[in-house]
Design a binder for this molecule. Structure first.
Ligand code: FPP
Length: 244
């Protein structure tokens, strides 16, 4: 069944860039009367499976909301557990992703992470920088509003330094000052767990993005659910503000 859906999806036009808000790890764990940490561990397995599924589908860009600027407000032990998971994920997965031609990028403000995590992130980016396969971007300590403010600061600094005039600031220069300067805008954004909001993810970039909201909790989101979201996208009529 999952293979049938995947084959159907391959026949249609795939979105170039899929962004995913992975939500519902905590509820998934609660439904089984387990601690939230069990949900996050299962969430990492789902992430792993979706990345490999996307490679198999020949998707070009896949971007995940891994940790938001607001997630630091969670209880200290949960934040520390998530940091441990991130460490383990990077140590365990990067070599295999490199072998599959995946290019890894991280967006968000890195300074707040421990130095060993920063080193793992920098190392993963450097190792995979020349890869031409799936582009995986993980947003860590990322906030869309903060990204826009930082871009404005960068442009203002360039104006103050006499490197840029105010009139030269247009959409493409603004885009070039964002964390996502190397990425196309997402065509499709998927959010799991029944929540229907953007939660400060890719605010600038999602101006014309199609949204798919599914009730499936993130740890249960697998290849079949990805294929179903892609099919849903393929049925959309994207007009980008025109009559079509
Ligand atoms: C949402 O579930 C998930 C997160 C805040 C973290 C996403 C992280 C992972 C899938 C695993 C780790 C990956 C990295 C990059 C560390 P929730 O906790 O908000 O679930 P709930 O809304 O049901 O409580």
């Amino acid at each position: 069944m999952a293979t049938d859906v995947a084959n159907d999806v391959r026949r249609g036009a795939l979105p170039r860039h899929v962004a995913i808000i992975m939500d519902g790890n905590g509820r998934w764990a609660r439904a089984q009367a387990r601690p939230r940490s069990v949900g996050h561990t299962a969430g990492v397995e789902a992430l792993r499976e979706i990345v490999h599924g996307a490679v198999d589908l020949d998707l070009e860009y896949l971007t995940f909301f891994g940790f938001s600027t607001e997630n630091w407000k969670r209880p200290a032990e949960e934040v520390s557990f998530l940091m441990g998971l991130l460490r383990r994920y990077l140590k365990r997965e990067v070599a295999g992703l490199h072998e599959r031609g995946v290019r890894l990028r991280f967006i968000g403000a890195r300074a707040r992470f421990d130095s060993d995590i920063r080193a793992l992130i920098d190392g993963a980016e450097a190792l995979t920088a020349e890869n031409g396969g799936l582009n995986v971007t993980i947003a860590l300590n990322y906030g869309g509003r903060e990204e826009i403010v930082l871009a404005a600061q960068r442009l203002a600094a360039a104006v103050a330094a006499g490197e840029l005039s105010v009139e030269e600031i247009d959409e493409s220069r603004f885009q070039a000052a964002l964390f996502t300067c190397d990425l196309p805008a997402p065509d499709l954004l998927i959010r799991t767990s029944g929540e229907q909001r953007l939660s400060n993810f890719l605010l600038w970039q999602s101006a014309y993005t199609e949204f798919v909201f599914t009730d499936v909790l993130w740890p249960d989101f697998g290849r079949a659910e990805l294929a179903a979201a892609l099919e849903d996208y393929q049925a959309r009529d994207r007009r980008f503000g025109t009559v079509g």
